[in-house]
Design a protein around this ligand. Sequence first.
Ligand code: PDD
Length: 287
Amino acid sequence: MTRTVYVNGEYLPETEAKVSIFDRGFLMADGVYEVTSVLGGKLIDFDGHAARLARSLAELDMKQSVTHEELLEIHRELVTRNEITDGLIYLQITRGAPGDRDFAFPPEDTEPTIVLFTQNKPGLADAPQAKTGIKVISIEDLRWHRRDIKTVQLLYPSMGKMMAKKAGCDDAWMVEEGFVTEGTSNNAYIVTKDGTIVTRHLSNDILHGITRAAVLRFAKEAQVKVEERPFTIEEAQNAAEAFITSASAFVMPVVEIDGQPVGDGKVGPLAPRIREIYLEEMRKAAI
Ligand code: PDD
């Protein structure tokens, strides 16, 4: 089946979809994106992703060219047309294609480019790694200082992922001034020996994860203590558990950091419990 994608108001076969070579996203990484998961044919936390998209656009003085309702409609149409049961929807909006290259922003009337496509991932919520856990390495955080904006400048996170793969691991946790910021495409957490979840506080240093917000809410509702503060790699290696969250991995245990086992090196009790609650509640609230 040829995938149907959405480009600037049109639904097209992926082979016919085109974006200009002058697009600001292509030339300057001048664009923002969102990834929303689909479980059972329904969108997980669409409102959260739409709200963060609006914030990213506003922070970069970019036009919001589609309404919340139109975005929802496009997401649903792509799910239907591509027969997605479990998978992801990728959305990208750039500052458009002014017809030449210039560092200055294009004229106000330049239309943003909007692209959406689906990724079919049968069994997305049953990833085997949720049972075994993943291994991470630590790397220096060399990204720019507005990580709260979900831009398409993903070169350093991609390089981090490759450094992890080269080391026989799954992902990299980035460290700045001695403290973990986040994973290459996820938020990072530890569980202390007294059962408290610790994750870095919100600021411009990390992406304000939509999964993070839900997970912390569910943890508090389940009477689990939550501390939003920075932590070091050493504290993580000595913690009882560690995990990551994102729209594509949901809640994923981390069992090794820089070659050191976390806790007893096995998936602990809390991360799988939070994962189960997250998936159950989010499936119920999916639209
Ligand atoms: N990444 N931190 C970073 C740097 C991210 O890129 C992401 C998401 C997250 C988690 O955010 P959320 O819970 O809203 O997905 C944290 C997406 C999934 C991606 O780039 O594919």
